[in-house]
Design a protein around this ligand. Structure first.
Ligand code: NDP
Length: 445
């Protein structure tokens, strides 16, 4: 039986757009359904606008440091609507580019919420479409806690659109999103308090780096309330009052939930078609991204494996190549670099010291703990920390972790070396590039 489309993708985010474009380039007739805006979380309300806010907020410190470099800028004033609206305009521009990409590749966009009717039929906004193959790429959304008054809080979806800058903000969580927005809003002059259920920030990251971020953040004046449990949020005339299980309370103006993200599976009709979920409530897929229903596939955050944009993009690309291009390749999930755009930022690739000890037994650890040259002249007492983890038996560098200015930019290049399996001796053989921060990577003895 001939279907309306060869491929119908649900979700026009990073994974869905890439899969659509590549499948279309292989000659497939492709449609993509999207209920919000083409571009997905990363472009519309994630990585991209967040990074622009990080740039915008960092001027606060740059302008302060400029004085020690001879620059006197007297009339310093920050205007939130200018930054907010310029970021929104850039998001609009990128949204347009993503739509152009789909149009130029002859991918049909179906605006509206999509729901599976059967294994080959999808209903979008009341209209039914059939397809030989279906790809679910609906991503994830912020988790909000199940406590009274949670609705008074906002998530990373709304934070980009704040009408005014609050005087006080509580950020619940201590992972990527919490630490990134804590840095942004503190720099913009907001009194930020980060609260978390455990005493750990950035769980899973090299503990020495997470601890360095905590120490620097405390020195900058951010507040932390760790090991605490929130019971309810009460809205009062003067703001929001947080009630903790130990009986303590605190008042704030905005609460931002940054407690992880959950797969977007609601209203997709997965039950009706029998698409199975895994124990985390995400769509279960095999190595080919295939669900338990033979012609239905899933990529990206809705499968909750590695919640990173470049991973979703590559999954979408490899899926489309395999299904429609006769190119049989799979995503390599080893040594995926990642960064936290906190202030200062972190970058990491490969194993932490603890993971390497578990895997190899004997490891050698090299660290460089230094004050970047710019910070010295600026009188800024913030130290960078780099750490290399080496498998003692083979001399291979199996992990690189950094916190300090531009750490994510530097880390991307180091990730090539770690991925390629280079040895510590090969790092040492490389001539330093002086004066840079990254030269530390080849000078650790
Ligand atoms: P994270 O998983 O990074 O952090 C979640 C935080 O919330 C942790 O501090 C955790 O505490 C706490 N937490 C989790 N569940 C609960 C709960 N039920 N009640 C109370 N506290 C809870 O999540 P984010 O929301 O910050 O980010 C989601 C994902 O998005 C990231 O994991 C990352 O993959 C991706 N992302 C990547 C970015 C980047 O690449 N720069 C930027 C933003 C997001 P504890 O540690 O104590 O368990």
């Amino acid at each position: 039986m001939s279907h309306d489309f060869d491929l119908l993708v649900i979700g026009a985010g990073s994974g869905g757009v890439r899969a659509s474009r590549i499948a279309a380039s292989h000659g497939a007739r492709v449609a993509v359904a999207e209920e919000y805006r083409v571009g997905g979380t990363c472009v519309i309300r994630g990585c991209v606008p967040k990074k622009l806010l990080v740039y915008g907020s960092h001027f606060a410190e740059d302008l302060e440091d400029a004085r020690r470099f001879g620059w006197h800028i007297e009339a310093k004033r920050f205007d939130w609507p200018t930054l907010r609206d310029n970021v929104a305009a850039e998001v609009d521009r990128l949204n347009g580019l993503y739509q152009n990409t789909l149009d130029n590749n002859k991918v049909t966009t179906l605006p509206g919420h999509a729901r599976l009717i059967d294994a080959n039929t999808v209903e979008v906004d009341g209209k039914r479409h059939t397809a030989e193959t279906i790809l679910i790429a609906t991503g994830a959304r912020p988790f909000t806690p199940d406590i009274p008054g949670a609705e008074h809080g906002i998530t990373s979806n709304e934070v980009f659109h704040l009408p005014t800058l609050p005087r006080r903000m509580v950020i619940a969580g201590a992972g990527y999103i919490a630490t990134e927005f804590a840095g942004v809003f503190h720099e913009l002059g907001v009194d930020v308090t980060l609260i978390n259920r455990s005493d750990t920030i950035l769980r899973g990251w090299e503990p020495a780096l997470a601890d360095r971020l905590l120490q620097i953040s405390l020195a900058k004046g951010l507040n932390f309330k760790l090991n605490c449990r929130l019971e309810r949020v009460e809205k009062t005339e003067t703001g929001l009052v947080l009630h903790f299980t130990d009986g303590k309370t605190m008042e704030t103006d905005v609460v931002l939930w940054a407690l992880g993200r959950v797969p977007n599976i609601e209203g997709l009709g997965l039950d009706d078609v029998g698409v199975a979920l895994n124990e985390k409530g995400a769509i279960a897929v095999d190595a080919d991204n295939r669900t338990n229903v033979a012609n239905i596939f899933a990529v990206g955050d809705v499968t909750d494996r590695v919640q990173l944009t470049p991973v979703a993009i590559r999954e979408g690309h490899s899926f489309a190549d395999r299904q429609f291009g006769e190119k049989n390749w799979h995503v390599d999930y080893s040594a995926i670099p990642s960064a936290v755009f906190s202030n200062p930022p972190l970058g990491s690739v490969g194993m932490t010291e603890a993971q390497a000890r578990n895997a190899f037994g004997q490891v050698r650890i090299f660290t460089s703990d230094f004050r970047p040259m710019k910070n010295v002249l600026a009188g800024r007492n913030e130290r960078a920390l780099y750490k290399l983890v080496v498998d003692a038996a083979t001399d291979r560098v199996v992990g690189a972790h950094m916190i300090g200015p531009d750490a994510p930019e530097i880390l991307q290049a180091v990730a090539i070396a770690v991925k390629a399996g280079l040895t510590k001796a090969q790092f040492d053989d490389t001539m330093a590039l002086h004066p840079t921060m990254s030269e530390e990577l080849v000078l650790m003895r």
